[in-house]
Design a protein around this ligand. Sequence first.
Ligand code: SRM
Ligand code: SF4
Length: 570
Amino acid sequence: MAKVEVLKLASDHLREPLASELENDESRFSNRAVQILKFHGSYQQSNRDHRHRDWSMMLRLRSPAGRIPAQLYLALDELADRYGNGTLRATTRQTFQLHGIPKQDLRMVLGTIVRNLGSTLAACGDINRNVMAPAAPYTTGGYPAARRLADDIAALLTPQAALGAYLDLWVDGDMAYRLRSTAKVRKVNRQPAPSAVHSGDEQEPLYGSRYMPRKFKVGVTVPGDNSIDILTQDLGFVIFTDTMGRLVGANVHVGGGMGRTHNKEDTFARTADPLGYVQRHQVLALVKAVVALQRDHGDRQSRRHARLKYLVHDRGMDWFKACLSNYFHGDIRPLRKEPTRKLEHYLGWQRQGDGLWFVGLPVMTGRVAGPLKDTLRELVQRYRLELRVTPNQDILLCGIASNRKRDIQDRLDAVGLQESALVEPTASHGLACPALPTCGLAITESERTFPDVLARFDALRRSLGIQQPLLIRMTGCPNGCSRPYMAEVGLVGSAAGHYQLWLGGTPGLTTLARPVLDRLPLADLEAVLRPLFSHWVRTAASKSFGAFCQDYTTEQLQDLLGTNGFPPAA
Ligand code: SRM
Ligand code: SF4
């Protein structure tokens, strides 16, 4: 068993040694407590810009479909100023993180989040993570049903015993904050399930006392809307609805994931495989079944190899389906036809469908700070607006009455978010992970250098007369937190100031990109890409850059780059 497995088992359902260490005066937790702390939604970090280690905590919320009510947002805004580093960060899985919370303030901060109806339980750790769904608050089409299903899945996969530990630790056991299971979830849990689904642990019936072998990620969307990057999820649903917007069933995909390690060929990014179509009343039972299958068969020895994607890859879909039949007695039918998938951003002003408006704000790298933060607080305070975080690290302000549009836009103008600037191609397509200075795994910069990188791409496009937008994603290491392996241009940190270059993803996030260079010095970005971009505009300007790259082999792409002797990717 991997070491973390032993810790989980000995933790009394994710309580110890965290509970004891919360009582001491140390400025940091032990490595053992840190592993348990993750399940409560927090990571211990130290600022890597500083010479001495100065410990603080990052906190991550869980907010299915990215929904953040006004009350919670205002609490987060204040907590960030009072106890954190004065910023909030919208994440690629549709929630907010706070950074820089001292250990002695953790209980106060986390308790305040819970008291304001938020939660951080299971935002990190070996468990189901934040459930994604289209952020747009549309009241028509399948959107409301997708959001409801995301909520149901989040409730269904909430750990039971760990929830008790969570409330004990952070709000003195006040069970009034118990996340309420919806009626549908209660019904699924009452339904007789194949015995294999039960973990054998009465207190934690689905997960058992060792929880999952590794993190587990679920996303839900509607046909044609690929804002949630469905093929990167461990378990992804594309739902179909009737004319009344009621769920009728879903196409299911399994085994996606981005994380990999440089020079370890047995780790890789992978897009999910289609499993089939399931009917409405069987969707939640299928969710439980896939979780239970991965719980029992996922690798508990090598954490590097523990995600569902490796199980699906190693054993194959035929094995997976056969094994699933022990956990799921429902009917899996052939996939239903879907329209072409598109990455929706929902930026600018749009109607919700209920007489109200929402406005989508591009937030560079998801970082909410300075005047933008002040303006958001004022707007949320004044109009009690609900926020939605998109998987593109952007923010939607929702539920706006027509007569408030002018005032809101005026205030957005003042922070550079003029109506015309709300939809700006390259910036609105970019994603970058936090990397330095907070991320302990970063090899090089990402968030801090990304605005400059985007500006350089824009200048390069302009100099070549390129009109098409480009989907650019950057990370400080190969773990793939901004899903760079799906982008048209993926820059994956490989050494200080150097990036592995991935090409061939598509604007609709439908294909895995390919590594083309291993160590591109960031300083040489233009010199390397200009010849390839020139060839694109000369030969295939009407195609997206991703589609153009797919017409070439990796070797051909390497020849078309101005590599000046940089080593090609292995
Ligand atoms: Fe991530 C670890 C940040 C989405 C794959 N991720 C981390 C840690 C916690 C570093 C650590 O373990 O010490 C990062 C904290 C940095 C910091 O200072 O805040 C971190 N991940 C993020 C966020 C904040 C990036 C962002 O730009 O928004 C995202 C938070 C999402 C959320 O709200 O839950 C984030 N991480 C992702 C995604 C994208 C997704 O889920 O859609 C992925 C790729 C998808 C996947 O899981 O395959 C991702 N993060 C990883 C991995 C590699 C996992 C693997 O299977 O190998 C790690 C490392 C690990 O788990 O060992 C990691
Ligand atoms: Fe850290 Fe790597 Fe994730 Fe970036 S991709 S946040 S550097 S783990």
